[in-house]
Design a protein. Structure first.
Length: 155
């Protein structure tokens, strides 16, 4: 960038549909030609997408403090938090616990969940567990009443 003042990214600006990496395109084409020779990968992707969607819906329904919803199809899903600040808290907590997820949406309110097509079940479950815990920890912190500052009082 020309100046540090301009080197600031808003949610979703540094990645997206039209910002491809030519080396990644060539690599992906080669990988698809190798893995798509039979129905094993496509069957696995379908099953992984089902598991991912079901688990994200459980996470969304389990958060009674906020209205969360699942968006997307297959293995390209997002957890719509309704508010960018809540999504930001969840993403930060997930990162602290070892999971990298990004935000998108007009207000940065959607957490993108885009695992690799070849992810194994154990790694997928571990990532979803981290996301689930991050949602609940962040939602609790957002809803908790502020400390009253009274000695001996726990809020």
């Amino acid at each position: 960038m020309s100046t540090p003042r301009r080197d600031v990214w808003r949610p979703g600006e540094h990645n997206g549909t039209f910002r491809g990496n030519n080396l990644a395109f060539v690599t992906a084409t080669s990988a698809l030609r190798k893995y798509w020779t039979n129905k094993k990968l496509s069957g696995s992707v379908t099953e992984t997408g089902r598991i991912l969607s079901e688990r994200l819906r459980q996470v969304a329904q389990g958060s009674r403090d906020f209205s969360l919803s699942v968006r997307g199809r297959g293995m390209m899903l997002g957890l719509d938090c309704g508010m960018g600040k809540l999504a930001e808290k969840i993403v930060r907590k997930a990162f602290q616990d070892g999971l990298v997820v990004e935000r998108c949406g007009a207000e940065g309110q959607v957490i993108k969940v885009l695992p690799p097509l070849t992810i194994d079940r154990q790694t997928l479950q571990r990532g979803l567990d981290i996301l689930d815990k991050s949602v609940h920890a962040s939602a609790y912190r957002s809803c908790r009443p502020p400390s009253l500052g009274i000695p001996g009082w726990r809020s």
